[in-house]
Design a protein around this ligand. Structure first.
Ligand SMILES: Nc1nc2c(c(=O)[nH]1)N[C@H]1C(S)=C(S)[C@@H](COP(=O)(O)OP(=O)(O)OC[C@H]3O[C@@H](n4cnc5c(N)ncnc54)[C@H](O)[C@@H]3O)O[C@H]1N2
Ligand code: MOO
Ligand code: MG
Length: 400
């Protein structure tokens, strides 16, 4: 059987292959860019005036001239207007093209303007090129502005807009379906008979997926091979990722692994040396265009497996980094004898010394999901020890 860390390695080996789609750039916030955005022209595209003031030819100043006749005004958005006389000046506004013949801009704060003549009041600091943002100094045509794979933030969209791209190619969001299997399950609007329960795992998964920005449909199948086979086969034709709960262990109605294999989903692992969540199954189609997580039905197992394995996998598939686990210190001792990685629910609190303290909440096992309402995370305790004293430092996986 597989150790938890080996499951991570296998999951990383089979990343979901997502095709791309083109979306209007103003709908692309948060999406993963699937193309390279290059500069279409120089940035800035012309020698750009960086301060409101006057544009002069520095040679005149170097020759000792400090008063300049104003011969006109060059505003932002106006075509270039040459400086008609190298010893005169033009008033210029921020964002204007620098008048050809001028090379230096003196801001209004360093001038006194009387009767159409601008006189420098402070010129010690003036150098050739002052307050000019030269053409092409930020980026040259075809320079890469954004690389494929980045998650588009508002600043990135500004860059996309600036090169005139009204639509961008982004990675498609995974289409995900959640499947519950079990003859004992009824949906939430039904009243369960004494031998039945309301299904709850699918709604946990649906909500946890919504946290990732994924809207997933929920499907409930009875434990019947034909029903599950037909259902999963249909969903595979329209989804990238299926997440099922139940039917993956050793029971007479645990049909899911065989059905998935029969539908061409190659098993990459079945069972991890852990509690809860031991029977977890993971597989993918050839080329990884479809992946399936078949999670154990016990609700605490479903929850742990989702937050420990599925959520980070999907975060990576969508191009983002996976949220790292927290580092916590046990606030009480834990004993766990089996040679399995133990994921114990815990309440997490800040401590005055800056450490996160984890208060263990063992509950009554992997079916006791009501215990999770008090928990913030699962603390991951390694398999080869059985006593974890107060103060043990461990990783913990937040459950939202
Ligand atoms: N002989 C063995 N028995 C079991 C083993 C084993 O290794 N050998 N593994 C145990 C472990 S560990 C787990 S976890 C469970 C996993 O069972 P399955 O994935 O096959 O799930 P089911 O049998 O369908 O159901 C188990 C349990 O979970 C409840 N359930 C299922 N789906 C839902 C849902 N959508 N909402 C709420 N509750 C759900 C179901 O009613 C059962 O009580 O197997 C152990 N057995
Ligand atoms: O995953 Mo099972 O009991 O380990 O709940
Ligand atoms: Mg079972």
């Amino acid at each position: 059987m597989l150790a938890a860390a080996d499951a991570d390695i296998i999951l990383a080996r089979y990343p979901l292959t997502l095709t791309t789609e083109t979306v209007p750039f103003d709908k692309a916030l948060g999406r993963i860019l699937a193309e390279t955005i290059v500069a279409d022209r120089d940035f800035p595209p012309f020698d750009r005036v960086a301060m409101d003031g006057i544009a002069i030819n520095y040679d005149a100043l170097a020759d000792g001239k400090t008063a300049f006749t104003i011969l006109g005004t060059q505003r932002a958005g106006e075509p270039a207007q040459p400086l008609p006389d190298p010893v005169a000046c033009l008033e210029v506004m921020t964002g204007a093209i620098l008048p050809p013949g001028a090379d230096t801009v003196i801001r209004y704060e360093d001038l006194s303007i009387v009767d159409g003549t601008a006189t420098l009041t402070a010129h010690d600091e003036v150098q050739r090129g002052l307050n000019v943002h030269p053409q092409g100094t930020d980026r040259r045509p075809l320079d890469v502005l954004l690389s494929a794979g980045v998650q588009l933030r508002p600043v990135d969209l500004a860059v996309v807009a600036s090169v005139g791209q009204t639509s961008v190619s982004v990675r498609r969001r995974p289409r995900v379906a959640v499947i519950s299997t079990g003859d004992e399950l009824v949906d939430i609007h039904q009243t369960p008979l004494p031998h039945q329960i309301r299904q709850s795992n699918a709604y946990l998964l649906q909500a946890a997926l919504r946290d990732l920005g994924i809207d997933a449909g929920v499907y409930l199948f009875v434990d019947d091979i034909t029903t599950i086979t037909t259902g999963i086969s249909t969903l595979l034709s329209t989804h990238d990722v299926l997440i099922s709960t139940g039917g993956v262990s050793a029971g007479k109605a645990d049909f899911v692994p065989d059905i998935l294999s029969g539908l061409g989903i190659h098993r990459h692992f079945h069972k991890i040396e852990q509690r809860p969540g031991r029977p977890m199954w993971f597989g993918s189609s050839a080329g990884n265009e479809r992946v399936v997580f078949a999670l154990p039905g016990n609700p605490v197992s479903t929850t742990m497996c989702f937050y420990r394995y599925v959520r980070p996998y999907l975060q990576r598939a969508m191009g983002g980094p996976a949220d790292p686990p927290l580092f916590v210190q046990l606030a009480g001792p834990v004993t766990f004898k089996p040679e399995l990685t133990y994921f114990i629910p815990a309440r997490i609190e800040d401590s005055p010394n800056g450490q996160l303290l984890a208060y263990p909440l063992p509950g009554s096992g992997s079916a006791d999901f009501t215990n999770l309402t008090a928990a913030d995370a699962f603390v991951e305790l390694p398999p080869h020890e059985s006593l974890f004293p107060t103060g043990t430092v461990a990783q913990a996986w937040s459950i939202g």
